[in-house]
Design a protein around this ligand. Structure first.
Ligand SMILES: C[S@@+](CC[C@H](N)C(=O)[O-])C[C@H]1O[C@@H](n2cnc3c(N)ncnc32)[C@H](O)[C@@H]1O
Length: 361
């Protein structure tokens, strides 16, 4: 396995929650300082598993976030009951905070891009039986809702929900070419590539060539960020030999004659098995081209299904999509092992699964 920072925390859930929160830049306001541990336990954890963790040193949260996190942590540590002998806060924690205080980030400007590390648990079907072991996915992301005119530079909640679905139904993508629409900064592409690689590692004796992962988006800047994230050495996807990044606009599926469109040319060469997409219905204007793309992709013989996760921001837009696409809907979405306080946290996310019969009707 190529992940370098598997972690095992047994039942230390509060400490793990703190690490996950720091790694995914959850504002301290939404974090719970661990209360059931002694000063020494929390302090040691913060020092060695958070501040000095090699992975987080290489892929750190933004300076602005760290400043708020360490201020909050120091205040809590200073208030804790301490043993007489061992009650000092390590100078390395103070030094980190002081160095961030003197940093040049303007606290009133937009938040800077940051590495985000998310923890996830592969299921036993992928050979992972230790329930306390976690793996990580790391991405460089925007911290604003829209940057450079696109929403694709951050990971949206629907991606986490769809990731849970794919992890729980990993068999469906193990040997299929997966085609992602509106891939954004690469979170789902990394999940898909990692699942396929894990299946292959499990069956060492009869390894197959890995199927393709086709990551597509309309925005070239987004695709470039996606490529960088997928290829980060800490992500297992960096070793997947069959991932492509292509600029593709769903509107192209509406061009006439359809048989001569770029979309048809792309799909004719691709042998797509499974189509995926997260948070790709946010504007009614996109519904007809998106539905046309789904129908076209599913009309090829190799296609098994499309799975789309949508955040319900506007009931009418969703209803329009549902009417146009005539899907089988699953409304009971599984849920990714993540405590995020992102901009769309708390909103309803629905998963829709399409097959040829339903999409074509
Ligand atoms: C809200 S973001 C979702 C990104 C990612 N799937 C996620 O869940 O984090 C929507 C994505 O759809 C892409 N997109 C918007 N219109 C598109 C179009 N006409 N064709 C292809 N991609 C499009 C955007 O560039 C953006 O990356």
């Amino acid at each position: 396995m190529t992940f370098t920072n598997d972690v095992c925390y047994g039942n230390n859930n509060e400490l793990l929650a703190l690490l996950k929160g720091y790694s995914a830049l959850i504002p301290p306001l939404h974090l719970k300082f661990p209360v059931q541990y002694s000063f020494t336990e929390v302090h040691t954890f913060l020092l060695h598993q958070v501040l000095l963790a090699p992975h987080l040193e290489q892929y750190p949260p933004s300076g602005r976030y760290q400043r708020s996190f360490w201020k909050w942590s120091i205040e809590h540590l200073e208030r804790m009951d301490k043993d007489e002998e061992d009650g000092e806060i390590d100078t390395r924690i103070y030094d980190r905070y002081l160095s961030l205080m003197s940093g040049s980030t303007d606290p009133s400007g937009p938040p800077p891009d940051s590495y985000m590390t998310y923890y996830w648990k592969p299921l036993s079907s992928l050979g992972c039986t230790d329930r306390s072991s976690h793996e990580t996915i790391t991405l460089l992301e925007s911290r604003t809702t829209i940057e450079s005119g696109t929403t694709g530079l951050r990971t949206w909640c629907a991606s986490f929900v769809l990731a849970s679905y794919l992890i729980a139904n990993a068999e469906t993508i193990r040997d299929q070419t997966v085609f992602e629409l509106g891939c954004g900064s690469g979170f789902l592409g990394i999940i898909v590539a990692t699942i396929q690689q894990k299946f292959n590692e499990r069956h060492e004796s009869h390894r197959q060539p890995l199927p393709a992962v086709l990551l597509t988006d309309v925005n070239a800047g987004v695709l470039s960020r996606c490529r960088d994230n997928v290829q980060l050495r800490c992500n297992q996807s960096s070793n997947h030999p069959n991932i492509t990044f292509s600029t593709l606009d769903w509107f192209d599926a509406l061009s006439l004659p359809c048989s001569e469109s770029m979309m048809t040319a792309f799909l004719s060469k691709a042998s797509v098995g499974v189509v995926i997409g997260a948070d790709i219905v946010f504007d009614p204007i996109l519904v007809p081209p998106l539905v046309a793309t789904l129908r076209l992709a599913l009309s090829f013989e190799s296609a098994r299904m499309a799975v789309v996760a949508l955040t319900v921001r506007n009931e009418q837009t969703l209803a329009y999509f549902v009417t146009e696409a005539v899907p089988h809907a699953f409304t009971s979405a599984t849920y990714f092992d993540l405590d995020t306080a992102g901009v769309d946290a708390g909103l309803d996310v629905k998963i829709f699964k399409f097959t040829l019969h339903n999409s074509a009707s």
